[in-house]
Design a protein around this ligand. Structure first.
Ligand code: ACO
Length: 335
């Protein structure tokens, strides 16, 4: 069976920042409350000329440049997002913006678990030999759907996009298994907890003709039961990482970096403590970016790769968790 390698990462540059002090002009909050409860001090916002697709394409372009691949060499683009420009999907717009004319492209929605779900999905196409070069993008513009009057949620979210290039590794000698960049994974869903975190469609009944009505309405901003999501994350995320490590035949002692969805620093610390992973092996950039949903993991990975923190051969335990509820872990080797 072919192996998979992670050969490039990229992210989009969003210059506009919204600080905690800025937020305290909008709602009754403070830099001290936000920083001490979440670890966030600022987040980036998409500009007036940005779209979800343009941010995703910028991240993808940078990842392809690091991988040394031309857009025409990409065969598949998986775009993890919950905030597309178009409900029919934004991946094809990304394909066009990149000039990846030979790629098939589709959206995948699993909220803040989206990137991990997309990474695992992409790997299956590579394992089966269908595709050689795959671009996996996580991008979200949560600012479109944040309730800017709700201090319990508006302080958490930011916009962003990150990407990785996954490449098939064939064993040219045919004698041994090729190296594998995806060492183990575990994905989970629990719809019974769906009402903890929603970006819901609110239906309004509209008479059409005779007795017939259509149910038209609109999506309403994000609602969240923060306490329940917190409890869910600190109990389920360590569990799912341990399962993925077991499948990889590894233990936490083999993990160079813990890379969790950047939701809340307190969640990162609690998960690291439960797994007995030292804090200096936890990647965190939420102080600058807040929670960027599907973008948070590839964005933090890209920053860590470009700063030299993550080195080729490093083992990264990554986990996403969020709406659905969904959660999942992937144990990957960089480079
Ligand atoms: N500023 C000041 N006070 C606030 C703020 C704020 N921004 N937000 C809430 N408060 C107040 C509340 O009104 C409440 O006051 P009260 O006791 O007078 O009613 C008090 O602070 C405590 O509120 P809680 O909601 O209980 O605060 P908590 O300590 O649970 O922290 C938080 C809230 C940070 C959201 C926490 O629950 C959390 O991080 N949960 C996990 C959320 C998460 O990770 N979501 C993302 C995962 S999924 C995804 O990424 C889409």
């Amino acid at each position: 069976m072919p192996g998979v390698a992670l050969v490039g990462s990229g992210s989009a540059d969003l210059p506009a920042t919204l600080t905690n002090d800025d937020l305290s002009q909008l709602v009754d909050t403070s830099d001290d409350w936000i920083a001490s409860r979440t670890g966030i001090r600022q987040r980036h916002l998409a500009g007036a000329d940005d779209s979800l697709a343009s941010l995703a394409a910028a991240a993808g372009k940078n990842a392809l440049a690091m991988a040394g691949l031309a857009p025409e060499e990409v065969q598949l683009i998986v775009l993890a997002t919950s905030t597309p420009d178009d409900l029919f999907g934004s991946a094809c717009q990304v394909q066009t913006l990149l000039g990846a004319s030979r790629a098939v492209a589709f959206d995948l929605t699993a909220a803040c678990s989206g990137f991990v779900f997309a990474l695992v999905t992409a790997a299956q196409y590579i394992y089966t030999g269908v595709f050689q070069n795959v671009l996996v993008i996580g991008a979200d513009v949560l600012s479109r759907w944040t309730d800017w009057d709700d201090r319990r949620t508006c302080v958490l979210f930011g916009d962003g996009a990150g990407a990785v290039v996954m490449q098939r590794q064939d064993d040219s000698q045919g004698t041994e298994e090729p190296g594998n960049g995806l060492l183990g994974f575990e994905l989970c869903s629990d719809g019974t907890l769906n009402n903890c975190l929603n970006l819901s469609y609110q239906v309004a009944s509209k008479p059409l003709v005779g007795d017939l009505t259509v149910q038209q309405g609109q999506f309403v901003p994000i609602t969240m039961n923060g306490r329940e999501v917190y409890k869910f994350a600190v109990s389920r995320v360590p569990e799912v990482i341990e399962k993925a490590l077991f499948r990889a035949n590894l233990t936490t002692a083999d993990v160079d970096w813990l890379l969790l969805h950047q939701a809340n620093q307190r969640i990162l610390d609690a998960v690291a403590d439960r797994l007995k992973i030292p804090r200096d092996r936890v990647l965190s950039n939420m102080i600058h970016h807040g929670n960027t949903s599907a973008a948070s993991i590839p964005l933090a990975l890209d920053e860590a790769v470009r700063s030299g923190q993550v080195q080729p051969g490093d083992v990264i335990a990554t986990a996403g968790f969020g709406a659905g509820l969904t959660w999942g872990a992937a144990i990957v080797r960089w480079g």
